[in-house]
Ligand binder design. Structure first.
Ligand SMILES: Nc1ncnc2c1ncn2[C@@H]1O[C@H](COP(=O)(O)OP(=O)(O)OP(=O)(O)O)[C@@H](O)[C@H]1O
Ligand SMILES: [Mg+2]
Length: 262
C-alpha cells in the first residue's frame, strides 16, 4: 500500500443530535453537521496568530446535500477538516454525526485495493461481517453510485470520476452517515464531474440517513444541492437554500466585475 492510499479517512464517532426544523429534509428531526462559533488560527514565525476561520457557525439537517462555496483561500478546506476531526478549532464546537468520511480532492489518493470490489470492501474488515453481508453491502454501495458493472475491474483502469465514485461507495458500505467531500470535481472532465455529483445525490436519495457537505467552486453544481454556505475571508457570509445562495454569489460577482470595469 502506498502512502497516498492511506489518505482515505473514515471513522466512527457518535455525536449528540440537535432538534431543529430544516428547510427540506427526509428526516425532519435532526441536524447531521453543526459547527458553532468556530475559529481557527495558525501561528507563524512572523505573526503569532494568523486568523483563518472567524466565528463560523453552520447547521446542516440530516439527509440533505449541502455545498460550501467561496473564493480561493477563504477557509473552505480548513472548515471541512475541522468538521472531519482532522484539525482542532482554536475555539468553538463541532457536532457531526458518525460514522463520517472525508473524501479528498485527488482521485488517485482514494483507491487502496487492486479491484473495485476489494476497494469498497476494504473498510469493512473491522465490522466482523459474514462474507454474504460484505458482498451485499459492497453491491448496494456500488449500485448507489452507479458502478455495479465495474465490480471486478482493476481500479487503475478507472477514470478519475469513477475512482471518486468507488471512494464514495467505500464510505457508504461502511454505513457512513456524513460525507465530507472537498472539491472532488476539480481534476475531472465534464462527464466525470456530473457522474460524481449524481452519485452523491443518488446516495442521499437512496438512504435518508446520509448527509453530504460538498466543497466546490462551480455554481452550476448548486442545481443538485438542497442548501449552501458562502464564505469569504474566513467568515460564513450567507447560509441558506441553494437558489438564494446562487443568486447572492452571482450578484456579488456582477458587482465585482462592474467595480473593476468602472
Ligand atoms: N498549514 C497552513 N499553514 C498556514 N496557512 C495555511 C495552512 N493551511 C491553510 N492555510 C491558509 O489558510 C487559508 C484558508 O485555506 P483553505 O485551504 O482552507 O482555503 P480554501 O477556501 O479551501 O481555498 P481553495 O479554494 O484554494 O481550496 C489560506 O489563506 C491558506 O493559505
Ligand atoms: Mg480548498
Amino acid at each position: 500500500m502506498n502512502l497516498p492510499s492511506l489518505a482515505r479517512f473514515s471513522e466512527r464517532l457518535l455525536a449528540p443530535l440537535y432538534s431543529t426544523p430544516p428547510t427540506r429534509s427526509h428526516n425532519t428531526e435532526s441536524i447531521a453537521i453543526e459547527g458553532r462559533n468556530l475559529s481557527f488560527s495558525f501561528a507563524s514565525r512572523q505573526v503569532k496568530f494568523v486568523p483563518i476561520l472567524r466565528d463560523c457557525s453552520i447547521r446542516i439537517p440530516s439527509g440533505q446535500f449541502w455545498m460550501l462555496l467561496g473564493p480561493n483561500g477563504c477557509g473552505k478546506s480548513t472548515l471541512l477538516k475541522i468538521l472531519a476531526g482532522l484539525l482542532n478549532p482554536t475555539s468553538g464546537e463541532v457536532c457531526v454525526k458518525g460514522p463520517k468520511s472525508f473524501v479528498f480532492q485527488n482521485p488517485d489518493h482514494q483507491v487502496v485495493m487492486p479491484t473495485v470490489e476489494a476497494d469498497v470492501a476494504f473498510g469493512l474488515g473491522k465490522f466482523n461481517l459474514t462474507n454474504d453481508e460484505v458482498r451485499s453491502r459492497v453491491s448496494r454501495a456500488l449500485h448507489a453510485v452507479g458502478m455495479s458493472d465495474y465490480m471486478q475491474r482493476s481500479v487503475q483502469t478507472l477514470s478519475g470520476g469513477q475512482k471518486q465514485r468507488v471512494a464514495i461507495a467505500g464510505a457508504l458500505a461502511e454505513a457512513c452517515k456524513v460525507l465530507l467531500l472537498d472539491e472532488l470535481t476539480t481534476f475531472l472532465d465534464e462527464n466525470d464531474q456530473m457522474g460524481v455529483i449524481r452519485a452523491v445525490r443518488n446516495s442521499l436519495d437512496t438512504s435518508a440517513e446520509v448527509t453530504a457537505l460538498w466543497v466546490t467552486h462551480r455554481l452550476e453544481e448548486l442545481e443538485y444541492a438542497d442548501g449552501a454556505i458562502y464564505m469569504e475571508d474566513g467568515r460564513v457570509v450567507k447560509h441558506g437554500d441553494a437558489a438564494s445562495i446562487r443568486s447572492f454569489i452571482e450578484a456579488r460577482q456582477a458587482a465585482y466585475i462592474e467595480e473593476i470595469n468602472s
